[in-house]
Design a protein around this ligand. Structure first.
Ligand code: GLA
Length: 375
């Protein structure tokens, strides 16, 4: 939908014009999966698709929420929790007696693991910061949005909300999730594209499976500390130190999870260095290794994501392919040579349907800017 159509929809819903229009994007993570809540680096990009928010102050004494693309009531917990976070915060002056009508519309494919909920949270935080002149930094908006997600019962890391708040066109974000320091790295692929493939799998990432991984990492951290490692998070464990103590770990699940995190932290740093050095082939190999580790050690891929990634690896002109985001269902991200894209879509799509009976969707990712006021 165009902004003008959204403005018309706002008038239709609330019988007056919107005061302002905001946008915040979804994200795709290139590498660094399940490292964020372990203090490691991630390397996501904001996408050109995301969530629009139109609002106007009302005098009905309560906030009202509408979505043009999501049914039901469940999604409203995201903006409501952001508002709660802003009201709870002593330093911020969100007033109880000033209420708004909100209208949301998003074009992030639902349930695809491309952070549609983070886009809703961040666009809400950004809009209220602007309306109330709160003076929040983008990093603070991301933290408030993450706290809102935690209040929904998902113990997520900071990656999705950070990417939505801080993204920059044609750049990936090299984010240190321990310090929240970051650098924007240009993603200038000569003759290649970032292609997202959606499993449309019914196996969604649920908070139970996600929170279980977070807890298993905490177990692993405890065990590694008890084995003598001086660490505050799993990302601080070097491969050499891990190899020395791994055999002494008694919990086999914790050991596998830690092995993924230790390897993924190293792969992410290598991959970022490779991209900066223009070594895209190396970047692609590391993407593939990342998928294998998420499949075998972290156990968050599942048959659909595996079918997509494994089919992609067979196509000539595919530089690398892996699952992206939390896992289970959702999407893969691949780097594909321009001349191979048609074959990629056809071949991978065909194998995927043969193996799973489902139909995949493919999008060329456009790397866009983070949260902003549109009008
Ligand atoms: C989800 C979470 C993120 C991150 C990824 C896995 O998207 O919201 O914080 O943990 O999974 O990398």
């Amino acid at each position: 939908m165009k902004v003008q159509e959204l403005q018309q929809a706002f008038v239709k819903a609330y019988q007056r014009e919107a005061q302002a229009v905001y946008f915040s994007p979804g994200r795709v993570n290139l590498i660094g999966e399940h490292t964020d809540y372990n203090g490691g680096h991630v390397f996501p990009c904001a996408l050109s698709f995301g969530t629009y928010l139109l609002l106007a102050e009302n005098n009905v004494g309560e906030h009202r929420f509408l979505s043009l693309n999501v049914d039901g009531e469940d999604w409203k917990k995201y903006p409501k929790n952001v508002i709660d976070q802003l009201m709870k915060n002593e330093k911020l002056k969100i007033k109880n007696n000033q209420c708004f009508d909100f209208l949301y519309w998003g074009n992030v494919p639902a349930g695809a693991g491309l952070s549609s909920s983070a886009a809703i949270e961040v666009v809400t935080a950004f809009a209220l910061d602007d309306q109330f002149q709160l003076g929040l930094s983008r990093t603070e908006m991301a933290l408030i949005s993450q706290a809102a997600e935690h209040a929904c019962g998902v113990n997520c890391g900071i990656m999705d909300q950070f990417a939505s708040a801080q993204g920059k066109q044609d750049h990936a974000i090299n984010l240190d999730c321990a310090s929240l320091e970051f650098e924007l790295v240009p993603v200038k692929l000569q003759g290649m594209k970032v292609v997202i493939a959606n499993t449309h799998s019914p196996h969604k990432l649920d908070s139970g499976a996600y929170n279980a991984r977070v807890a298993q990492c905490q177990e692993a951290l405890k065990e590694l500390k008890s084995l003598g490692l001086q660490i505050e998070n799993l990302a601080q464990v070097s491969q050499a130190d891990f190899d020395k103590v791994a055999d002494k770990m008694t919990d086999p699940v914790a050991k596998k999870r830690a092995r993924h995190v230790v390897g993924e932290v190293a792969r992410t740093n290598d991959a970022i260095a490779a991209l900066k050095a223009g070594d895209i082939a190396r970047f692609g190999q590391l993407m593939n290794q990342s998928h294998v580790s998420l499949r075998d050690d972290y156990e968050v891929t599942g048959p659909e994501l595996d079918a997509l990634a494994e089919a992609a690896w067979q196509v000539k002109g595919v530089i690398g392919s892996r699952m992206t985001g939390g896992g289970f269902g959702g999407c893969t991200v691949s780097i594909v040579r321009d001349e191979a894209i048609d074959t990629f879509v056809e071949e991978v799509g065909k194998v995927y349907t043969q193996k799973t009976g489902l139909k995949a969707d493919f999008y060329i990712a456009e790397i866009g800017d983070g949260a902003r006021r549109v009008m």
